[in-house]
Every structure is written in C-alpha cells, then in structure tokens.
Ligand binder design. Structure first.
Ligand SMILES: [Mn+2]
Length: 345
C-alpha cells in the first residue's frame, strides 16, 4: 500500500463524496498522450460510466497509433479536432479530473479555457511539484505511474470488484509503459502486487506487450536505423548522448506521430551513459526529451535550462531556437557545467 495511507484514504473519501454530488464528470489529460495518461484516463472513464456518471474524456491532441486498440478509446475527444465541443464541455462540467499532469499550464492553448473559477479540480498524478489550485490531490511521486494511483484509488473507494478486463488492460498498459516494460521506476513491490491483481482479472500480458511494442512500420524501423547511425552524438567524457530528428528526415521517412517514441532510451543502452537527450524538430519549435540513469535529475535540467520538467529520470521541454542552435546550446550546457560528470554513480 502507498505510504501515508491515511492521507490518501482521506482524499479518496473526498473524491467519493464529490462523485455522489456530481453526475457529470470531465476527465482531462496532458498533450502528447502516452500509455499512462491514456490508460489511467480510460480506466477511470470505464469505472465512472459503470457507476452511472455522464463521463467525457478529453485529450489535447492525437494519441499515437500503437494505443489505438485500448478498450473504450472511441470515447476519447481530441481538443485539436473538436475545439467547440471541448469548450462547451468545460463550461458544462464543474467536476474535472486532471490525470497524469499537475499544472494546467502544461495544457498549452487548452489552458486558456480555464479562466472562470467555477470548477472543482481533482488531481491524480505522480509528477513532482503539483500546482496549488487543485481542490483534491491524490498525488504521489513514489509510484510507477498514474495508472497505479488510479488502481489504489479504486481500492480505497471500495470499487476493486468493478475492475473488469477492459479496465485492467488500460491500467496495465499505463504501468507497463511508464516503467519501460518494468525496466525503470520498477523497484516497488506494490507495483507487482497491483500488476498481479490486474493479470488475475483475465488480461493477456504477453499480447498487450506485443500490441504496444511490436508495431513498428518499416519506415519507423528504418528511421531508427538512420537516427542511430547519422543523427547521434556520443560525449563519453560527459556520460551523455544526444540524438536529433529534423523535419527533412521526418518527410523522408514518412514520419507519423509517435514514430520516435522510445528512441531516446537507446542512448542509455550505451555502457557508461547516464544522460540521453532527443531533439525532434517541429514546424514552430523543437521538442526535447531527456532520460537519465541513477540520481542525475533531468527534471532539474529541463526546468533550469529549457523551462520544462517531468520526473527525476524522464523529462521533457520545448525549445524555441532552431534545431542546430538548440543542439549547440545543449552541448554547451553539458560541457560548461560538467553536469553529468559531477554526479556520482
Ligand atoms: Mn505517467
């Protein structure tokens, strides 16, 4: 069970109470949806639906195609495609669940819709430093994923028996993807207790793994080869690797959203490397992903130098400089501050 159990039990009580007084519920998650944000949101959606609520799930932009099979995914409303509908939903719903992010600013242009203060916000999240304005925080940075927290919440609300195979599949995807298939954030026995309960609900874990990870198109596989061969700089003396993906190469390899997912992790597969960065050129900005090993905080790195953030070992940011300038900037930061060298193993 998660630490500080009574605190969470209190928050779970408050959430139960709120649900008793609100028929309509809006579930909201972060841009560039991932397995955890989608899995946790859809699991909650399915349960609240079963309880008789009128539930809507909104994500800011399109999710990657390898998540397209998730149970209940047809209920997802994408803000980029349905701006008017989402605007209306936000006006209509006073109870909003914020899933797998902890600052409305992270919603980019969608955050402008939350100007009036007539909402009750429930946070379910595992990122550090949540913003103040959440009315209820079901928040813990020790857990593997938000999906794990949703499971804990359901148990505390006495709803474990409502978890069917579809709910279990969504939660399992969240835990599996946020731990890189149980290769990081994976030292808590509780994660495996929960995983075990989910498998007992009748899911096929091997099949789920295949559906998520063995879905490369030929273009995507060749793009990976190209990036590793031609767009990767190794700085062994700084224990750092960085990779980049230009718009030109995206065109050449018929890039689809999500195609570079996980590429950054290959940097950490090199012996001795502690920090990996991946830079994806977009029309108006450069998207940056950081991954690290051990106690080197990419959350701090992203916050201090790129106005981004995330977790200790996984973080993201945007850069508004051109790609080559961004790469030089990154190299300079690492060299001048000897950032990764300073960290002990
Ligand atoms: Mn997460």
């Amino acid at each position: 069970m998660i630490e500080n159990y009574s605190y969470f039990q209190n928050e779970a009580h408050k959430i139960s109470h709120l649900l008793q007084t609100h028929e309509e519920v809006l579930i909201l998650s972060h841009p560039n949806p991932d397995g955890d944000s989608m899995g946790a949101s859809l699991a909650l959606f399915l349960i609240l639906n079963k309880l008789g609520h009128k539930v809507k799930v909104v994500v800011p932009n399109i999710y990657p195609s390898f998540l397209g099979w998730l149970p209940a995914i047809q209920n997802i409303i994408i803000y980029d495609k349905h701006e008017r509908i989402v605007k209306k939903l936000i006006q209509q719903n006073s109870l909003i669940f914020c899933i797998d992010f902890n600052n409305l600013k992270r919603l980019n242009h969608l955050s402008n819709l939350f100007t009036e203060n007539n909402h009750t916000y429930v946070l379910i999240d595992h990122h550090p430093d949540p913003d103040e304005y959440f009315d209820i925080k079901f928040h813990n940075i020790q857990v593997s994923s938000t999906s794990e927290l949703v499971y804990e919440l359901l148990v505390m609300m006495g709803l474990e028996d409502k978890i069917d195979v579809d709910v279990a599949m969504n939660l399992y995807v969240g835990i599996m993807t946020d731990t890189g298939s149980f290769s990081y954030s994976c030292n808590h026995p509780r994660t495996y207790e929960i995983t075990s309960r989910l498998i007992a609900k009748g899911i096929d874990a091997q099949k789920i793994h295949n559906l998520i990870y063995d879905t490369f198109s030929e273009h995507r596989m060749r793009l990976l080869g190209h990036v590793l061969l031609n767009c990767m700089e190794v700085m062994p003396e700084y224990k750092t690797v960085y990779m980049w993906l230009s718009l030109e190469d995206q065109k050449k390899f018929h890039f689809q959203i999500g195609d570079a997912e996980g590429f950054v992790n290959y940097g950490l597969s090199i012996q001795g490397i502690r920090l990996a960065a991946f830079f994806t050129e977009k029309p108006e900005l450069v998207r940056v992903s950081f991954r690290s090993k051990g106690n080197f905080s990419v959350n701090d790195l992203a916050r201090k130098y790129f106005d981004g953030g995330g977790h200790l070992n996984a973080a993201g940011a945007n850069s508004y400089k051109p790609l080559t300038e961004t790469l030089r900037y990154f190299e300079t930061i690492i060299k001048e501050n000897e950032l990764v060298l300073c960290q002990e193993d």
